[in-house]
Write a protein that binds this ligand. Structure first.
Ligand code: ATP
Length: 253
């Protein structure tokens, strides 16, 4: 059997005495559509930081296609295909959508320093740029200045940037955060169009969006993996209702 696309094994992280990641293991196959949920403070962001390399675990390991990446920097992980988007915008607001995505393509190719030189116009760079824009339906606004776009469109550009890095595993950290509900559907329409083979781990608070997206759900509580499974099983799980929603469906007798 081939290795999982993305795997975490026994990750542990504590801040002071607080166990924020408590022996967490999870596995995403190619094409996974997995959501990571849990109440505020459950440790979701910390787990994504451990997977992406923003934090080093105190113990445990992260593997990409079976290769340990635990000791690699965030940037090296990105180049290996382990890519995240951010809750906070990292876009160049004064540049066009096209130039933002092109910069990401150049970065992946290690050509970032040459962004304003002729090499940047190389056809293959433009091809990759347009492929990422097209995948998110952004060709129409490619020449617009990012700072002038609606927030929902800016979030789509962030995903295009991540896609330009040619991810094998993509960590989507609240892709619709701060976006009006009227625009969040469009973001998830775009997410549904992402390459089928890509393994995606989504952190999302909106349960409608979680259940729309996920084929598998991982529930964290107090830093530990509480339960994981198919969406229907998670929705029916009393422990999840108790800990995540603070209630159960059991009638009291
Ligand atoms: N650098 C840090 N130093 C100390 N404590 C931290 C640090 N980062 C996170 N924590 C604590 O770890 C716990 C988990 O935080 P984390 O942000 O990972 O949870 P979360 O599930 O993403 O929460 P939310 O849904 O509110 O974003 C919280 O109690 C938080 O206060």
């Amino acid at each position: 059997m081939s290795a999982p696309r993305l795997q975490a094994q026994g990750l542990r992280m504590a801040f002071g005495g607080l166990k924020v990641t408590d022996d967490v293991s999870l596995s995403l196959a190619p094409g996974a559509r997995t959501a990571l949920i849990g109440p505020n403070g459950a440790g979701k962001t910390t787990l994504v930081n451990l997977l992406s390399g923003a934090l080093r675990p105190q113990s445990g390991a992260v593997f990409l296609d079976g290769v340990p990446v635990t000791r690699l920097s965030q940037d090296t992980r990105v180049r290996a295909g382990l890519v995240r988007t951010f809750q906070i915008s990292r876009l160049f607001r004064e540049m066009t959508v096209l130039d933002n995505v092109r910069t990401a393509v150049l970065h992946r190719r290690g050509l970032a320093a040459r962004v304003f030189q002729r090499g940047a116009q190389a056809q293959s760079v433009l091809d990759d740029t347009h492929a990422a824009l097209g995948a998110l339906g952004l060709e129409r606004i490619a020449r617009r200045i990012v700072g002038t776009l609606a927030l929902g469109e800016q979030r789509l550009v962030e995903i295009a940037l991540a896609l330009a890095m040619r991810p094998r595993a993509l960590l989507l950290d609240e892709p619709a955060a701060g976006v009006p509900q009227s625009e969040s559907g469009r973001i998830f329409d775009a997410i549904e169009q992402l390459p089928a083979d890509l393994a995606i781990l989504l952190i999302e608070h909106d349960m409608d969006l979680v259940f729309r997206f996920a084929r598998h759900i991982v529930v964290l509580a107090a830093g530990a993996l509480l339960v994981e499974g198919a969406p229907a099983a998670i929705a029916a799980n009393d422990q999840v209702k108790q800990i995540y929603f603070g209630r159960t469906t059991h009638a009291s007798h």
